[in-house]
Ligand binder design. Structure first.
Ligand SMILES: Cc1ncc(COP(=O)(O)O)c(C=O)c1O
Length: 474
C-alpha cells in the first residue's frame, strides 16, 4: 500500500467534498438523463489495469457526481433523506477505516460501548428507563421488522419462534402507515392480509373508534391481536396517532404495542415544539431513525425496546463458533445475541460525533427551522384559493393539492405528476407526490439543514405558476 498516495488522495477528496458542500446550491439538484444513458455509462468490465486514486476520483467526478440527486441542495424536500451533517460525513470515513464489526464485542470493544451509549441517548429522548435496550439498524424498515418480530414472540409466548406463526393472529395500524410495516407483517408470518389498516380522521390520525370495532369483529371470529402499531409521525404528513389510547388497547388485549417514530422521532430534539409525541414511552418498542430527522448520513435507524431482555429472548441463539470464552464474567455486551444482524456496521459513530460537535440544541434548531418552513408553506397554500393543504403541519411534512373542479380525478392526478416532473427536470427543487383520501398531493418535506424561507417562497411561486400553466392545457 502506498500511504503517501492514500494521504494525498484523502486530502484531495476532503477538499473536494468541502467545495461540493459549499457550492451545492449553484448546481442542478437533479439531472434528468434517461436511465439508459446511465446504464451505458456504467457498462464496464471488471477493471484489471490499476489506476491511480487521483484518476479514479476524476472518473467519479465525471461519471457519478453529475447524476446524483443532491440531497444537500437547499431545494431538496423529497423522500425523507436528510442533508447529512458534515461532522457525520467525516465520521463515516473513519468508520470504514476502523471497520469495527459490532456483531461481536471482540471485534469492536470501544465501538460496542459507544453504540450502547448512543442507544441510551435515544432511550433517554423517548423517556425509557434503565431497563431499556435497542439496536441501531439499516433504517426504519429493519427496525419495524424487528419491532414486529418482538411483538410476535412476546404475544405468542415465544411459541412462534419455534413453531412458526399459527393462523389466527392479527395486527392493527393506521391506513397512513409506511409500507415497511406491511413487509414486516409478511416477514414475521402475520401475513399482509392480517394487517388491519384502519382509516384516519381529518388530522390523519388513526380512528380509535374504528380500531376498537375492528378488534371486536376479529375477536368474534376467533382472531387475536398480536400487535397494535402506532404512528408517531406519518410518512406523508407527520401525523401522530393517539398513542395513549393505543397503549390502553394493547394492555387490554394483552398484546405488544409498537410505535413507528422513524421520521417523527426527530421532533424530540425540538425546543420550540416540545411534547408532540405524548405516550411514546408507553410503547413496548419504538422505531426511530437518526438518518432521518437527526441529519445523520445513511445508515442509522434504531429499534428501541422498553425491556431489553426481550431482545435476547428473541435473538439469543449462540452457536459454538461465536462463543467468547472471556464472556464467563458476563461483562461483554454481544449484539449478535441481542439483535437480528450478525456482521453489524458501526452506525453510532456518526451520531455520537454529530451530538458532540453540534450539541443537541443546535440539531434541535435545524428541526425547528424545518417545521417553520412547513408551517410557512402551509400558510402560503391556505391563502391561495387554488390550493388545499391537508393539515396544519406539526412536523416538516406538508401535502398540497391543486384544486381543479373542472377536471376529472385522473386529469388532476396527471396535472400533479406533470408539474412535479417539470420541476424535477429544472433542477431547482425536488419533492414527491402521494395519494391520500382519494386525492393526489404534492408531498413536500424539508429535512434539510440548508433550506431557507426564501426557498419555500420560491417553491410555492413555481408551484402556483406551473399548476396554472398545466391547467390551461386541458
Ligand atoms: C414512518 C416511517 N417508517 C419507516 C420508514 C422506513 O425507513 P427506512 O427508509 O429508513 O428503512 C419510513 C421511511 O420514510 C417512514 O417514514
Amino acid at each position: 500500500m502506498n500511504y503517501d498516495e492514500f494521504k494525498s488522495a484523502g486530502h484531495r477528496l476532503v477538499d473536494f467534498i468541502g467545495d461540493y458542500l459549499q457550492n451545492i446550491s449553484d448546481k442542478p439538484l437533479f439531472n434528468p438523463v434517461e436511465p439508459s444513458f446511465l446504464y451505458d455509462l456504467f457498462d464496464e468490465q471488471i477493471p484489471d489495469k490499476p489506476k491511480s486514486l487521483a484518476s479514479v476520483q476524476k472518473m467519479l467526478e465525471e461519471k457519478l457526481l453529475p447524476y446524483c440527486t443532491h440531497v444537500n441542495h437547499p431545494g431538496y424536500m423529497g423522500l425523507i433523506t436528510p442533508s447529512p451533517n458534515p461532522a457525520g460525513i467525516l465520521a463515516e470515513f473513519l468508520v470504514a477505516a476502523l471497520n469495527q464489526n459490532l456483531g461481536a464485542y471482540s471485534i469492536g470493544p470501544s465501538a460496542t460501548t459507544m453504540e450502547l451509549r448512543v442507544i441510551r441517548w435515544l432511550n433517554d429522548l423517548i423517556g425509557y428507563d434503565e431497563r431499556a435496550g435497542g439496536n441501531l439498524t439499516s433504517g426504519g424498515m429493519t427496525a419495524n421488522f424487528i419491532g414486529l418480530k418482538l411483538a410476535r414472540d412476546y404475544t405468542t409466548n415465544d411459541a412462534a419462534q419455534y413453531d412458526g406463526m399459527k393462523q389466527g393472529w392479527v395486527a392493527y395500524v393506521s391506513e397512513e402507515r409506511h409500507v415497511s410495516l406491511d413487509k414486516a407483517a409478511d416477514a414475521v408470518g402475520i401475513g399482509r392480509n392480517n394487517l388491519r389498516t384502519i382509516p384516519t380522521n381529518d388530522k390523519y390520525q388513526v380512528r380509535i373508534d374504528l380500531l376498537k370495532e375492528a378488534i371486536k369483529k376479529d375477536k368474534s371470529q376467533g382472531l387475536q391481536p398480536v400487535c397494535i402499531i402506532g404512528l408517531a409521525g406519518t410518512t406523508n404528513l407527520g401525523a401522530v396517532d393517539d398513542l395513549q389510547s393505543l397503549h390502553e388497547i394493547a394492555q387490554l388485549e394483552n398484546c405488544w404495542f409498537h410505535a413507528d417514530a422513524a421520521y417523527g422521532g426527530g421532533v424530540l430534539l425540538s425546543k420550540k415544539y416540545p411534547g408532540l409525541l405524548p405516550g411514546l414511552d408507553l410503547a413496548d418498542s419504538v422505531t426511530i431513525d437518526p438518518h432521518k430527522w437527526f441529519y445523520a448520513p445513511l445508515d442509522a435507524g434504531a429499534i428501541l425496546v422498553k425491556d431489553h431482555k426481550r431482545l435476547n429472548i428473541s435473538f439469543g441463539m449462540q452457536p459454538a463458533y461465536l462463543t467468547d470464552q472471556s464472556q464467563q464474567k458476563n461483562e461483554r455486551y454481544q449484539f449478535y445475541v441481542n439483535g437480528f444482524e450478525q456482521s453489524k456496521r458501526f452506525r453510532s459513530l456518526k451520531v455520537w460525533v454529530s451530538f458532540h460537535h453540534y450539541g443537541k440544541t443546535k440539531i434541535g434548531e435545524w428541526v425547528d427551522n424545518n417545521v417553520a418552513h412547513a408551517k410557512h408553506l402551509h400558510q402560503l397554500a391556505m391563502s391561495d384559493q387554488h390550493f388545499e393543504s391537508a393539515t396544519e403541519p406539526m412536523m416538516s411534512a406538508v401535502c398540497l393539492h391543486y384544486k381543479t373542479p373542472q377536471l376529472s380525478n385522473e386529469e388532476n392526478k396527471q396535472l400533479h405528476f406533470a408539474v412535479t416532473e417539470r420541476i424535477e427536470s429544472e433542477g431547482n427543487f425536488w419533492f414527491a407526490t402521494t395519494m391520500m383520501k382519494g386525492k393526489t398531493w404534492f408531498r413536500i418535506n424539508p429535512v434539510n439543514i440548508y433550506t431557507e424561507m426564501k426557498h419555500i417562497d420560491e417553491l410555492f411561486k413555481t408551484l402556483r405558476d406551473y399548476c396554472k400553466e398545466e391547467e390551461k392545457k386541458y
